[in-house]
Design a protein around this ligand. Structure first.
Ligand code: CP
Length: 299
């Protein structure tokens, strides 16, 4: 039984297998006649829609569940909810606040568990990100030696991106303000996966010559009480046209979305010719299909 809680649950070879399946025309329906339960503790536009459609493309029936519908750890334990869902479904996706919820799910699950975002990682986003870069630069094998600069919060998106891009041989630079860097355990884990990682507090140093620039919102879901503090801390970390001007001539801009124009990125950069945010959003569906098909084929 294999699960996908973070990108480095895959080897570098397996990561390429997932991306290859994601890029294939739809040909297999391993979920024919089966269900996939999608649990959401947080709101979602891209993840819910891309996962539901990917389940349909694999021949299955997606069932989206809000936590209040099953009473996670209130009406019954997470373990009992997961054991129950395993009676009906061939795969379970979960978007949770605490990553430990996913680890508890894995401990009792008889079907693959997919992390649809936790406080620690966003692997489906990371897969879509590298799929978009592969589309742009001539395939997954053509990414080695290229550089991606992430400018902003050292969060779950940054960690999964660094793992995915780095495991394909990209050089990864992360620029974050003091106090909002990737944690030491994150950088240890990313480097343990063989990734060349540079962490800095200087967005320009991160972006010089980079082939891709990536950012995320400064205040993620659940951090709303820190909004004012974060607006101040991240001042100077906006991806602007001036910042993009120091990158490689054919560089692209990526954002996991939703975007806050005028905060982490200007409207002009988001809407520029360099922006690939809409193909990136579409790739969420292809990446989800590739990941689920790969997991289901491991059984
Ligand atoms: N990027 C992302 O996960 O989007 P949603 O929060 O809308 O799913």
């Amino acid at each position: 039984m294999r699960h996908l809680l973070e990108i480095d649950d895959l080897t570098a070879i397996e990561l390429r297998e997932v991306l290859a399946l994601a890029s294939e025309p739809i040909s297999a329906h391993p979920l024919e006649g089966k269900g996939a339960a999608l649990l959401f503790e947080k709101p979602s536009a891209r993840t819910r829609n891309s996962m539901e459609l990917a389940v349909v493309q694999l021949g299955g029936h997606p069932l989206t569940i809000r936590p209040d519908e099953v009473g996670l750890d209130t009406r019954e334990t997470v373990e009992d909810v997961i054991r129950t869902l395993c009676c009906y479904h061939a795969l379970i996706g979960a978007r949770v606040f605490q990553h430990s919820m996913l680890e508890r799910a894995v401990a009792v699950s008889s079907v693959p568990i997919v992390n649809m975002l936790s406080d620690q990682g966003h692997p489906l986003q990371g897969l879509a990100d590298v799929l978009t870069l592969a589309d742009e630069f001539g395939g997954a094998d053509a990414l080695a030696g290229r550089t991606i600069a992430y400018v902003g919060d050292g969060n779950n998106v940054a960690r999964s991106l660094a793992l995915a891009a780095g495991m394909l041989g990209m050089s990864v630079r992360v620029a974050s303000p003091e106090g909002f860097e990737l944690s030491d355990s994150d950088t240890d884990r990313i480097r343990a996966a063989g990734v060349e990682l540079l962490c800095t507090q200087d967005p320009v140093a991160a972006c010089v010559g980079a082939d891709a620039v990536y950012t995320d919102v400064w205040t993620s879901m659940g951090q709303e009480a820190e909004t004012a503090l974060r607006l101040q801390a991240f001042s100077g970390f906006t991806v602007t046209e001036d910042l993009m001007a120091v990158t490689a001539p054919d560089s692209v801009f990526l954002h996991c979305l939703p975007a806050h124009r005028g905060e982490e990125v200007t409207h002009d950069v988001l809407e520029s010719d360099r922006s690939r945010v809409w193909p990136q959003a579409e790739n969420r569906m292809h990446a989800a299909r590739g990941a689920m098909r790969w997991l289901l084929e491991q059984r």
